[in-house]
Design a protein around this ligand. Structure first.
Ligand code: ADP
Ligand code: MG
Length: 344
């Protein structure tokens, strides 16, 4: 028996718990961008500015004009499982915010140098928190929040090794912002990389906003070559735009699906959209689309994946039918007028 060594069970230190949890949420700079933009949107921002250096590995700085965080709550924002977004199980089941797990900032702070600079509407000035030292002091900025994340994975060299070139990481970061931008045409976004302005999408409030934003982000070809989707089936509403076969692509790189405003990778939606193109698209061609599925929050579980990129529908058959019919109807409708004034 003596030759079976064992170590005693112990509780892991908080920081190690966060670092382990971070592995689930933060794969690369783009994951940090996604979480921080989610937070800015949840704070009601109307302009979100993303600054990156070296593909986001050196620096990710996200500035918003949202509600801000009062100084006494800044240290709590960095704690694990600390959130202002849900308080009980009932609220979890009907959650309407992007976040609710209270994990992102704690995870990010455990694997990168993280600072917060924030001013809430109730404060005469901003406060700055250094996530590593815990130092809290007055700072300067208007109402809103700036989160800075430096040297991603500096304390986890094993993870840092998995990062690709700066150009590849930058492309993933841009893709992450693009996904948000297509969900929120009413919000303005800017992206800077190594001091250069990379993208600038101004806000488009109003009913034509989505078409305008799709044109800005995916190009005028997408807008001109796509038809409006708007269909209700049972409890499911599907809106957006679907590309005609002419603008199909060889890769599935312009397929955007949203559920209640959240970008998702969902087999049900992908399959339903694909089957709507069954008779009009041949071989390996990939359809392009931006589809927005709305269902009652209680009919979809968003808490199945740490990054929330997967969801589970209570009635996936209904969602499948809704998406398929929505796209089929849109493609079958006469195209007259589709290229007339943007957003028609
Ligand atoms: P979650 O988004 O799941 O609540 P996070 O760790 O991402 O968890 O953020 C923790 C909390 O910090 C949020 O619930 C929110 O109250 C606050 N917070 C984070 N980012 C911002 C921001 N940009 N503006 C205002 N409050 C923020
Ligand atoms: Mg969050």
């Amino acid at each position: 028996l003596g030759d079976r060594p064992r170590r005693s069970i112990r509780e892991l230190p908080d920081e190690l718990i966060s670092q382990i949890a971070a592995g689930e949420v933060v794969e690369r700079p783009a994951s940090v961008v996604r979480e921080l933009v989610d937070n800015a949107l949840d704070a009601g921002a109307s302009h979100i500015s993303v600054r990156l250096a070296a593909g986001g590995v050196r620096l990710i700085s996200i500035e918003d004009d949202g509600a801000g965080i009062p100084p006494e709550e800044l240290p709590i924002a960095l704690k694990r499982h600390a959130t202002s977004k849900i308080a009980n199980l009932l609220e979890l089941e009907s959650v309407g915010t992007m976040g609710f797990r209270g994990e992102a900032l704690a995870a990010i702070n455990s694997i990168a140098e993280t600072t917060l600079l924030s001013r809430s509407g109730a404060q005469p000035n901003a406060y700055f928190l250094d996530g590593r030292t815990g130092e809290l002091r007055p700072g300067a900025r208007g109402i809103g929040t700036t989160v800075e994340v430096k040297e991603l994975f500096f304390s986890v060299p094993a993870r840092r090794k998995f990062l690709k070139t700066d150009a590849t990481e930058l492309a993933h970061c841009i893709e992450s912002v693009r996904r948000h931008a297509l969900a929120r045409p009413d919000v303005a976004f800017t992206i800077w990389h190594d001091g250069k302005l990379i993208e600038q999408w101004r806000s488009h409030p109003g009913p034509d906003g989505l078409a305008q934003r799709l044109g800005d982000v995916l190009g005028e070809d997408f807008l001109a070559g796509s038809v409006a989707v708007d269909h209700q089936y049972g409890a499911v509403r599907v809106t957006g735009r679907a590309g005609v076969p002419d603008i199909s692509r060889s890769r599935p790189d312009q397929q955007f699906a949203y559920v209640n405003g959240r970008f998702v990778r969902d087999k049900v939606i992908t399959h339903a959209a694909r089957s709507a193109y069954e008779d009009v698209l041949h071989g390996q061609r990939q359809p392009v689309y931006a589809l927005y599925v709305s269902v009652e929050p209680a009919r979809v579980d968003v808490n199945v994946h740490p990054t929330k990129i997967e969801v589970r529908f209570r009635d996936s058959r209904e969602v499948h039918q809704a998406v398929r019919h929505a796209v089929e109807n849109a493609l079958a409708a006469p195209r007259a007028g589709q290229t007339a004034p943007a957003g028609a």
